[in-house]
Design a protein around this ligand. Structure first.
Ligand SMILES: [Zn+2]
Length: 68
């Protein structure tokens, strides 16, 4: 049992229930995931390493899209 509530924005894979995103108070940890960014919206999806399903991540990419 944990004393802190830390799973407010934590995200599990809907298919295999593996933890994909864990949101702590000051940081968000994405576990071993391949990330995909939609350039138009900046919306981020993460690929579950266990079952390869794409999981919508409640994050937005706002950096430079230009690959170097
Ligand atoms: Zn999965």
């Amino acid at each position: 049992m944990t004393t802190k509530v830390e799973q407010a924005t934590s995200l599990r894979c809907p298919v295999c229930r593996a933890k994909v995103v864990v949101a702590l108070q000051n940081e968000v940890v994405i576990h071993n995931a391949i990330l995909k960014v939609d350039p138009a919206s900046g919306r981020v999806t993460a690929k579950c390493v266990r079952c390869k399903a794409w999981v919508q991540v409640p994050l937005r990419y706002t950096g430079d899209m230009t690959p170097s």
